[in-house]
Design a protein around this ligand. Structure first.
Ligand code: NAI
Length: 339
């Protein structure tokens, strides 16, 4: 079956890691037509808007996109297009698996958890204003509708993937109304899934527990900001941001992207680790029903890690982005020749 997929190369290291991923996906032989689009600063310069209608329409039509990271200016300039895209398409569930890879130096060897981040509201609602000079207000929006649906998504995910426990992460001791509602919805939804253990943790304690004993976690469901921060913490548990994939899922489509950003400090050098976006690509292939292609890439990637010869700089090696991609393609070809 032929798939049409929206491709957004992104900023900074985006085009480098996206090209490497496309090369590996194409080596599986899956029939894909890529529709390349831009957003963010590039689109602002070309079309005068950061989120062009063309890009949104392409994702709505194709229902699937592979996206590189987008730069967001700090403290000034345009608002995040990542947040804008997730809202525009109502991509309410941000799913981020965190798993140890063979041979990758990290503090732990038994991390296997999944972050389910609410993607459309909380403190990322973008409702900020200056009350009087020197005083600003940022609104945190929590709705019953979004809290129920993200809790349901987390439990459905757990059921589908054979996960045993879902933990709700919150700060309901302080934000009694907003986080209180998030937790209350979680507890209501949990009753429909008696076979799955449900517990809850205050976010600060959760961070400490993650750093001390990550193996106790299975699926975590969090509000937008906590999910963002805890995702990076979890990437740190398994060897860094170059290894953490993600998917933004909604009824109108799914956008697959790495947890990390555009890494301006290493952009243009051809040294970025493409693993995170490649693993997002594997998630995308599975979402499309291309199980065999996803499994082939995953197997080859794990073998390359296990051999430990072709390793990118962030993990202590010297391989360039395209050398790493080539090693995976070669491994896939050798495996199919042997089969
Ligand atoms: P970052 O994730 O881009 O980089 C943090 C550190 O991790 C840097 O030292 C970087 O070199 C390293 N790193 C990240 N990805 C890597 C990879 N694949 N291989 C090797 N090293 C890697 O975070 P930062 O610097 O805070 O943000 C840079 C820009 O990215 C900002 O404009 C931010 O808004 C944007 N951003 C975009 C995201 C998205 O598009 N989904 C997510 C996070 C940040």
């Amino acid at each position: 079956m032929k798939h049409t997929i929206t491709l957004i190369p992104g900023d900074g290291i985006g085009p480098e890691i996206v090209a490497a991923t496309v090369r590996i996906i194409e080596a599986t032989g899956v029939d894909i037509a890529w529709e390349t689009h831009i957003m963010g600063a590039q689109a602002l310069e070309k079309y005068g808007t950061t989120l062009p209608e063309d890009t949104i329409e392409s994702i709505k039509r194709n229902k699937v996109a592979l996206k590189g990271p987008q730069m967001t200016p700090i403290g000034k300039g345009f608002t995040s297009v990542n947040v804008g895209l997730r809202k525009a398409l109502d991509l309410y569930a941000n799913v981020r698996p965190v798993l140890n890879l063979p041979n990758v130096p990290s503090r732990y060897s038994d991390v296997d958890l999944v972050i389910v981040r609410e993607n459309t509201e909380g403190l990322y609602s973008g409702l900020e204003h200056t009350v009087i000079p020197g005083v600003v207000e940022s609104l945190k929006i929590v709705t019953e509708k979004a809290s129920m649906r993200i809790a349901k998504y987390a439990f459905e995910y757990a059921r589908k993937h054979g996960r045993k426990k879902v933990s709700c992460v919150h700060k309901a001791n302080i934000m009694k109304l907003s986080d209180g509602l998030f937790l209350e919805c979680f507890e209501i939804v949990a009753k429909d899934y008696p076979e799955i253990e449900a517990d809850n943790k205050i976010v600060d304690n959760c961070c400490m527990q993650l750093v001390m004993r990550p193996e106790q976690f299975d699926v975590l469901v969090l509000e937008n900001l906590y999910g963002d921060i805890v995702s990076d913490l979890c990437a740190g548990l398994i060897g860094g941001l170059g290894l953490a994939p993600g998917a933004n899922i909604g009824e109108q489509g799914a956008v697959f992207e790495a947890v990390h950003g555009s890494a301006p400090d290493i952009a243009g050098q051809g040294i970025a680790n493409p693993t995170a976006i490649l693993m997002s690509g594997i998630m995308m292939l599975r979402h499309l029903g291309e199980m065999e292609a996803g499994a082939r890439i995953e197997k080859a990637m794990l073998e390359v890690f296990a051999e430990g010869k072709v390793i990118t700089k962030d993990l202590g090696g010297t391989a360039k982005t395209n050398e790493f991609a080539r090693a995976i393609v070669e491994k896939m070809n050798t495996s199919s020749a042997a089969a």
